[in-house]
Write a protein that binds this ligand. Structure first.
Ligand SMILES: [Zn+2]
Length: 416
């Protein structure tokens, strides 16, 4: 008899999927395209031998349900969609690891686990086509902004609602998918890290503390244009000088915050010519932190600094919010179980926050206890065909994730 959990099978399935749905430029499983549908068909074929109930919900998320003794359910989630020219692991790793965990649970409990176990393949996590990520999970969590989504069009001018209709989804009903979460007791998601933290620590796996909150602002300094030859240095109202001081300041702000990050991602100047002092300088500031209070402090500090630099340079400053999202901390007890599962699998664990958003953030927002596990990314890179993870690490992550699933089943039953 073959052993119940076979991480090598997950690896083989991921390679097969890459062959089926990728090309020389990378993965091409963009949501709502024929290649995406093909990937989903492949997934269904892989689990055809299990007695699962399979259906698509009102938002196009696919649910694979193994009924247990209790209605209370353990959810595992991932996304088979990719960005165009994407990597081979982002999203689909958990879908296939989840399938392997379902096989193990089915074998161990002779088809009837203590709780119901469900794998979900979220629809359009990446938002590659319509510029709005976490579509399926935010419809399910109820956070999807329907007015905003109603106006979304792709590059060809096709409306999101029409693209959805094409694959049998009624846009106006997508939030009915929220019914799926009714008996959910816990949510687990395995993902590649997409950053260099575990790589630099030389550790295969980490327990994720939550997803960062984000504050995104445009900061504009208003000075005065003046001739670069005739204006003495002490008479200038130089908007760029004030903005430039911010670039060093944000490193201090980030350092004081603990594990927050700050980025000035763009800078534009007016009049923007070589012979004039800068009259107007607009920079964008992206700040992220796992704790809401720290994020708020980072924002206040940046504002205060900008006002001080404006005053020093005799210029004015104005702020405009571009976007914001609250931090989504994961469940403490599940983080501890995740740590334990990792330590049992490879000796050492590490706790880290997630910079990128994930479907898990939407599930956590509904109050369902949630945790994610990260596996090391080579090069610390994803959304790129060079995205990769060592094969032994991929096998380890399936084993550790399966342990986490088992621990979570016991955690759910102990709370009933
Ligand atoms: Zn992903």
């Amino acid at each position: 008899m073959s052993p119940p959990l076979n991480p090598k099978r997950t690896l083989a399935e991921l390679k097969e999927l890459r062959k089926l749905t990728g090309d020389e430029n990378g993965a091409q499983r963009v949501a709502f395209t024929p290649t995406w549908l093909k990937a989903r068909e492949f997934l269904r074929a892989q689990v055809a031998g299990l007695p699962l109930e399979i259906h698509n919900d009102a938002a196009g998320n696919t649910w694979f349900t193994l009924r247990g003794k209790s209605e209370r359910s353990l959810l595992m989630g991932g996304h088979i969609d990719s960005v165009p020219n994407g990597g081979w692991l982002d999203g689909c790793l958990n879908v296939f690891a989840g399938a392997e965990v379902l096989r193990r649970i089915h074998a161990q409990y002779h088809g009837k686990p203590p709780v119901t176990v469900r794998l979900v393949d979220w629809a359009d996590e990446e938002g590659a086509r319509f510029g709005k990520s976490l579509f399926g999970s935010s419809a399910c969590s109820g956070n999807l902004d329907m007015n905003e989504a109603r106006g979304l069009v792709d590059k060809q001018g096709i409306k999101l609602s029409d693209a959805l209709e094409n694959v049998g989804i009624d846009f106006e009903r997508v939030k009915d998918s929220g019914l799926e979460l009714q008996s959910a007791a816990a949510y687990l998601e395995l993902h590649i890290e997409q950053g260099p933290v575990l790589l630099d620590l030389d550790l295969p796996l980490g327990a994720v503390l939550g997803t960062f909150g984000v504050e995104r602002h445009a900061i504009t300094f208003h000075g005065q244009a003046a001739h670069s030859g005739s204006t003495p240095m002490n008479r200038r109202r130089d908007a760029f000088l004030a903005a430039a001081k911010m670039s060093q300041e944000i490193y201090q702000i980030a350092e004081r915050s603990g594990n927050g990050v700050c980025t000035i991602g763009s800078c534009t100047t007016k009049p923007g010519i070589v012979t004039s002092v800068v009259e107007e300088c607009r920079i964008t500031l992206d700040q992220r932190h796992l704790e809401a209070a720290q994020l708020a402090t980072m924002l206040v500090e940046a504002r205060t600094a900008s006002e001080q630099f404006a005053k020093e340079g005799n210029v004015k400053v104005s702020w405009e919010r571009i976007w914001q999202i609250a931090p989504r901390p994961f469940n403490d007890e599940l983080i501890a179980l995740c740590d334990e599962a990792i330590r049992e699998t490879c000796g050492q664990s590490h706790r880290l926050p997630s910079g990128p958003l994930h479907d898990a953030a939407e599930v956590a927002a509904t109050g369902i206890p949630t945790v994610m596990m990260f596996v090391q990314s080579l090069h610390g890179i994803s959304h790129n065909k060079i995205e990769d993870t060592r094969e032994d690490h991929l096998e380890l992550c399936v084993t550790a994730f399966d342990r986490l699933a088992e621990k979570t089943i016991h955690w759910i039953t102990s709370r009933e």
